[in-house]
Design a protein around this ligand. Structure first.
Ligand SMILES: Cc1cc2nc3c(=O)[nH]c(=O)nc-3n(C[C@H](O)[C@H](O)[C@H](O)COP(=O)(O)O)c2cc1C
Length: 212
């Protein structure tokens, strides 16, 4: 990236070169994972489904490791995205924060963790309300003859205790996404800005400015 490193753009009254934009993008993703009201708190996850069609859904950005270039989310291992990823671990993540006017799109390789110390650690940190997502008796998206919560109705009133929710930990997985491409797009009244970055084995290997 050295050739273009003496070119700067102004973002929020600060000048950034290409390397600076790369760091800024990861700072924004980290912020999203730790600040509940941040626009990067959620992301749209794209997988390739059984018919080779793009399958999309929103998940919560749970953790970002800017050193390892890795983004984590949680999911039910009975879900369609889980099946998709076991067949093809390529994954796309789309972030947009209208307040910051920044879109970040990444392509990554997913690794699924189930039944290990990391997963148990994450499960223990999960709220009773969040655990309900993993407590459905049938897999997510199973057809139902009537509107259904999927789990025992009384949990709509009284949230589950540890003893009630822990048997469902077996449905809970952590997915880590190791990024190999990142696109940063900033929408600005004076002209939009775009930069693309490439990674190999968790390390930045290239980047370029691009036509927005
Ligand atoms: C704001 C929001 C946050 C969500 N967070 C998650 C999440 O962190 N993990 C998850 O598996 N599903 C989450 N969901 C539900 C998914 O969008 C999706 O409906 C569900 O996981 C089933 O997806 P699948 O059948 O395509 O795998 C969330 C939905 C919304 C609207």
């Amino acid at each position: 990236m050295t050739k273009q490193d003496d070119e700067f753009i102004t973002y929020n009254d600060t000048e950034y070169n290409l390397q600076g934009i790369e760091s800024l993008a990861w700072k924004k993703l980290v912020n999203g994972s730790v600040k509940k009201k941040n626009g990067f708190r959620t992301m749209c996850v794209g997988t390739i489904d059984e018919n080779n069609a793009a399958a999309l859904r929103i998940v919560v950005n749970r953790k970002v490791d800017e050193v390892q270039k890795t983004i984590f989310f949680h999911t039910d291992n009975r879900s369609r995205k889980y099946d998709d990823l076991t067949k093809d671990n390529r994954i796309s993540l789309l972030f947009y924060d209208a307040r910051q006017r920044v879109q970040i799109v990444v392509k990554a390789y997913a690794t699924i963790y189930s039944n290990n110390a990391l997963v148990n650690d994450r499960w223990k940190a999960t709220s009773p309300q969040a655990r309900l997502g993993y407590m459905t008796n049938e897999p997510p998206n199973t057809k139902s003859d009537q509107p259904t919560l999927g789990y025992d109705e009384h949990f709509a009133i009284t949230k589950p205790t540890d003893d009630e929710s822990n048997p469902f930990e077996k449905n809970f997985s952590v997915v880590s996404c190791t990024v190999y491409e990142l696109e940063f797009l900033y929408l600005d009244f004076h002209g939009n800005r775009k930069a693309n970055f490439y990674y190999e084995n968790n390390v930045l290997v290239g980047g370029n400015w691009a036509v927005p």
